[in-house]
Design a protein around this ligand. Structure first.
Ligand code: MN3
Length: 261
């Protein structure tokens, strides 16, 4: 599928249906064309958006390639965890998302939309689309180079949270405090043009409609248990070393531009 075609499918709603089901990515139309403000010059796609776009091919969700090797984030995130996380866990969410969409399709053909079945499948869509898409963003904003550049993102969180360190402490505390499995997410909220930190239980998001995750950490045990066992705090501390701030900034600027900011 060409970039232009897949962009059109994003704009016409094929992918947003699932993204909306994921609970928080709203109806943002990704793309190089600026939907909200066509007079603004276009900005290049961030790597994470290119990864998102690569996830839908020939009518199915597919596993995106990582932009680095599984061992690239050593010693902070170990190769075995990265490989299992991407090739097994994320792949399973993608497979199950495709299966759930197929199951709904077959159910509609039977004209027997049994309420309990519809309800269970709807939750499966949210859960699996959440897993499929959040992992792409999670992997997309990591990298072996963690240069803390003086980016728009860093400047804006410093201004909104008092300092970058205060933002990081707040985010770390949210990630540490997630009960059981879940995520901490710093999201762009376009109504106020600001960054809000929130959390999810599992990957059924408790998110703000139309907000977009920019910086997110998976604190399910599968993300860290092999190396860190029960020491989630050590994992979170190590994770900060592999955040690719330039990619977070590229995603931030692309998302803001889409809203005409
Ligand atoms: Mn995970």
């Amino acid at each position: 599928m060409s970039d232009a075609l897949s962009r059109r499918s994003l704009l016409t709603g094929t992918v947003p249906a699932a993204i909306v089901a994921a609970g928080g990515l709203g109806t943002l139309a990704w793309g190089q064309n600026d939907v909200a403000n066509p007079d603004q010059p276009s900005v290049p796609d961030s790597r994470s958006v290119r990864m998102l776009r690569s996830m839908f091919q020939e009518g199915k969700y597919v596993l995106p390639k990582l932009p680095y090797a599984y061992h690239a984030l050593e010693p902070h995130l170990d190769a075995q965890t990265m490989e299992l996380h991407h090739s097994k866990h994320q792949q399973a969410y993608i497979n199950n998302l495709n299966k759930t969409i197929d199951a709904f399709s077959k159910l509609r053909e039977t004209d027997d939309l049994e309420p309990a079945r519809v309800s269970a499948l709807s939750r499966d869509i949210s859960f699996n689309a959440g897993g499929a898409i959040l992992h792409t963003l999670f992997f997309g904003i990591l990298g072996p180079s963690s240069e803390n550049s003086d980016s728009s993102f860093v400047q804006d969180v410093a201004s909104q949270y008092g300092s970058l360190e205060k933002f990081k402490s707040h985010f770390t505390q949210v990630a540490s405090g997630v009960k059981g499995s879940g995520w901490a997410l710093a999201c762009y909220e376009p109504v106020a043009d600001r960054i809000l930190i929130t959390e999810s239980g599992d990957q059924d998001l408790r998110m703000i409609p139309t907000s977009i995750p920019l910086l997110l950490i998976d604190v399910w045990e599968h993300a860290y248990y092999l190396k860190y066992q029960n020491r989630r705090g050590d994992y979170i501390k190590a994770w900060w070393n592999v955040v690719d701030w330039s990619e977070v900034d590229a995603l931030y600027r692309q998302v803001r531009r889409t809203y005409g900011r």
